[in-house]
Design a protein. Structure first.
Length: 109
């Protein structure tokens, strides 16, 4: 196998969340929000509730050829939709912070 034969069409990555409300503290809801980034592989913790919202993480398959999602909307019962921010954990150093894409030729300042 040569380098030219390797195709990187998906990148498994962990995502952390901020701005989760109490009503979003459910693995199914977190999985729906994480789907804005890519195909969800797993959500942890899947059974017990964490003590803080930052303890929720999701492993998703990202498309490295497209910009990474910065977050996603979540419905609420009493208010308008809220924006849930994504934090990518242990992503490659070649991620361009301006266009949120791996290997971008965009000039970083």
């Amino acid at each position: 196998m040569t380098v030219e034969e390797i195709v990187l069409d998906e990148l498994p990555c962990w995502i952390g969340f901020s701005n989760l409300l109490l009503e979003h503290m459910n693995a199914n809801i977190v999985g729906m929000v994480a789907a804005a980034a890519g195909e969800v592989i797993t959500v942890v913790p899947d059974k017990d509730l964490p003590r803080v919202a930052k303890s929720f993480r999701a492993r998703v398959k990202l498309n490295p050829l497209k910009p990474f999602a910065q977050g996603g909307p979540a419905n609420t019962l009493t208010r308008d939709d809220v924006w849930i921010n994504f934090t990518y954990i242990d992503i490659p150093a070649t991620l361009c912070k301006k266009v949120l894409q791996i290997g971008s030729l965009h000039k970083q300042m």
